[in-house]
Design a protein around this ligand. Structure first.
Ligand code: BGC
Length: 745
């Protein structure tokens, strides 16, 4: 029987209707079968529509021409996903528009939930300082729970870019400089966001970004080119992405940078060969904001159509906000320049996720007003935020045990622009800033110390002030106090996207304020809050104590008060080296020996050195003090020689030799001493965080196997070469407690 066009259309319509009206329809089929059936119904325009993502701040606001344009596109099935539409009311409203489209394919709602939705957690760089994977997973899980309760299906996190350049503002979003730690954190955050399995209403899709190399933008300038060897790419920059993929991350985002001349968005090597090829990745890749179109100014595509062509060929599945796909892909297919199979593959990947999330069964399942109310007001979330905030704090200096503050302190002077600030403590990338939920340092301390003790507050200066008008008041406050706590740092908009800086000294007159206050002779505890490592030489030299608190989020004040009073013993360790000067950047502990190493700092002539600075950072990767002390003893290795199929066990004892309970992060670094490719002096390969009561000891074991000894050789094979290895265990990268040797046969 031959059907007329009209009859055929009717049939398609009825099948499509079946999908939406009868949720049970097709449920016995596998997701792949359901995707295939749907794909068969789709026109080329509808397919391309699924690859199009708009930002929707305007869609729910007053009627503008952009709003009309977006809504018409959604109704016509020309949109696969929206970002920045959130909240049950708004997501329901916009989903209802998508369901008016011919095939009623639900939208994916996405947003940058980077460190919390309503409950603001510490910035990711801060959380990395906890070296506590369970705390990091939990923080991501609560962020996901809140996001999934406001209609969101997808967060653009975690950022897993390795970063070794403190000028780069986006360091705050990542896990710091180290590949191994960064990979474990990538995994923890993906598992936290995505929960047990996609489809739970307490989980959202995660997105490993920015693929790849973005953290190595030349000169730390955001959006800049990246030039790196394949070896460094594979060894240092790709593993956290691989870890995210292995953890089941639902999506990837590519990046704004070029990698060795080719924009990441148009980079087939990254997206087709590595990600979808070698790694067999089945999720989808979203472009970064407008990055398809940006291949034109990069000088890599001649116009938007060429950019769309290059991006789809290279494996970018969804176009965020460039509209390059929407306007050009169907034509490119009709002109036979792009094979429809490529479009089908991209659409299939996206539809698969929509099915997996359960959106075809209930497009509103994440938009439930009752759950929104309940989850966003769960008092537990605040406690989790406080817990991870205190775990993120790093104690850099504590002379004469000035910390914790003694209970006998009668008067504290709280000085500095961040003493009463709230917004700055949240940091950047906040979906909903509600400073009424933030505890300032002042409030935190006030609620924690003895009610009869006094806190005198003086701002001293603003963060970027040039003048010293407030200094006199600050000095007067210090003079009346037993101890001074200074709250200094960056404002929330000084680190983050597009916030690269050439000067990363503590901004404005804050160090001068510190010197003026310190000159009173009072003990000065400096609390530094920032989105990146800062440089603060005067404070380093003269402060009695230094607490690095990053941007700790809503519970910053309470977490800091717990640390300052000793209710919580700090155990954070730096996830990134702190340079002495900008001239040392990029800096990482995993540096090379060179052919001319400095053996004696007094003899640096013709050595790989600076004539005006040591090579070492001010504070090394992995560094952080405690209110107690730890000793490392009794190192042993089970075998001094192993074959590549065997492993050895390195063991030692850690003891708490101080008077209070505390936690220590023992770190294992390895160096292959002679290899076919020169190896860094140290690479982190394992660590353990142990809690010890005063006087308590624990035996620690690190398993050493081939995986920990391997590296990428000159033809990019992951290989462990026979020879001698140095196994170093330390309290930080620059505080190695003992070295054992191991030979690989
Ligand atoms: C950033 C991404 C972010 C996207 C959407 C871009 O400018 O680079 O990390 O996810 O905007 O907000």
């Amino acid at each position: 029987m031959k059907l007329s066009i009209y009859q055929r259309r009717l049939l398609i319509y009825l099948v499509a209707l079946g999908f939406s009206c009868f949720p049970a329809f097709g449920q016995k089929k596998t997701i792949n079968q359901r995707v295939d059936s749907l794909l068969k119904l789709m026109t080329i325009e509808e397919k391309v529509g699924q690859l199009n993502q708009y930002s929707g701040r305007e869609v729910t606001g007053p009627v503008t021409s952009r709003q009309t344009y977006l809504l018409n596109d959604i109704k016509a099935g020309r949109v696969g996903s929206m970002l920045n539409v959130h909240g049950v009311k708004d997501t329901r409203e916009i989903q209802a528009v998508a369901l008016q489209s011919r095939l009623k394919i639900p939208l994916l709602f996405s947003m940058d939930v980077i460190h919390g939705y309503k409950t603001v957690f510490p910035i990711p760089l801060a959380e990395a300082a906890s070296w506590d994977l369970e705390a990091i997973r939990t923080s991501a899980h609560i962020a996901a729970k809140e996001a999934a309760a406001v209609g969101l299906h997808w967060t653009f996190a975690p950022m897993v870019d390795v970063g070794r350049d403190a000028r780069w503002g986006r360091l705050m979003e990542g896990a710091g400089e180290d590949t191994y730690l960064g990979s474990l954190i990538a995994r923890a955050r993906v598992l936290g966001f995505q929960g047990e399995k996609l489809g739970g209403t307490d989980a959202v899709m995660a997105c490993a970004k920015h693929f790849a190399g973005y953290g190595a933008a030349i000169a730390g300038r955001d959006y800049n080119a990246v030039d790196m060897s394949n070896q460094l790419l594979w060894e240092a920059y790709l593993p956290p992405f691989k870890a995210a993929a292995d953890a089941g991350v639902a999506t990837f985002m590519n990046s704004f940078n070029t990698l060795n001349g080719i924009p990441a968005t148009g980079n087939s090597y990254l997206q087709r060969d590595i990600l979808k090829g070698k790694w067999g990745y089945k999720g989808f890749v979203v472009s970064d904001w407008g990055s398809i179109g940006e291949m034109v100014p990069w000088g890599y595509a001649k116009d938007e159509k060429d950019a769309a062509f290059k991006a789809i060929i290279a494996g970018s599945d969804m176009d965020m906000e460039a509209e390059a796909y929407k306007k050009n892909l169907a034509t490119l297919v009709k002109e036979k320049k792009v094979d429809i199979k490529l479009i089908d593959d991209a659409v299939r990947r996206i539809l698969y996720k929509k099915f997996e999330l359960g959106l075809f069964d209930d497009p509103y399942r994440f938009s439930n007003a009752g759950r929104e109310q309940k989850v966003l007001n769960d008092p537990q979330h605040k406690l989790v935020a406080r817990d991870v905030a205190q775990k993120s704090i790093v104690l850099l200096k504590n002379e004469k045990q000035v910390l914790p503050l003694s209970g006998a302190v009668k008067t504290i002077a709280l000085i500095g622009p961040l003493g009463k600030s709230k917004r700055d403590l949240e940091g950047s990338w906040i979906p909903l800033s509600d400073t009424s939920l933030v505890t300032s340092v002042y409030e935190g301390l006030r609620s924690k110390i003895n009610p009869s003790s006094q806190i005198i507050h003086a701002k001293g200066c603003d963060i970027t002030d040039n003048g010293q008008a407030g200094f006199a008041e600050a000095i007067a406050a210090a003079k009346q106090a037993d101890v001074v706590v200074m709250a200094l740092g960056e404002s929330y908009d000084m680190s983050g996207e597009a916030k690269s800086r050439t000067d990363i000294h503590l901004p404005g007159k804050q160090e001068e304020l510190f010197e003026a206050v310190q000159a009173t002779g009072k003990p000065v505890v400096v609390v530094l809050m920032a989105g990146r490592p800062l440089i603060f030489p005067k404070i380093t030299e003269k402060a009695s104590a230094i607490v690095y608190a990053w941007w700790l989020g809503a519970e910053a004040g309470n977490a800091l008060a717990n640390v300052l009073t000793g209710e919580y013993n700090p155990a954070g360790k730096l996830p990134i080296s702190f340079p002495r000067s900008v001239g040392q950047i990029p800096i990482s502990y995993s540096m090379y020996n060179t052919g001319r190493p400095v053996k004696n700092p007094k003899d640096i002539k013709y050595k790989s050195a600076y004539i005006d600075s040591p090579n070492s950072p001010q504070y090394g990767f992995g560094f952080g003090l405690s209110y107690t002390t730890f000793s490392y003893s009794n190192p042993k290795i089970s075998k001094t020689t192993i074959r590549s199929t065997e492993s050895a066990e390195l063991s030692f004892t850690i003891s708490n030799t101080g008077n209070v309970a505390g936690e220590e992060v023992a770190q294992l670094y390895i160096q292959d001493e002679i290899a076919s490719v020169a190896r860094p002096l140290k690479e982190l390969k394992d660590f353990i965080k142990v809690a010890l009561k005063p006087g308590e000891s624990k035996e620690i074991h690190f398993n050493i196997n081939r995986e920990k000894l391997a590296f990428y050789n000159s033809i990019l094979q992951w290989t462990a070469e026979p020879g001698n290895f140095k196994l170093m265990v330390g309290a930080s990268s620059d505080d190695i407690k003992f070295i054992q040797k191991l030979e690989l046969k």
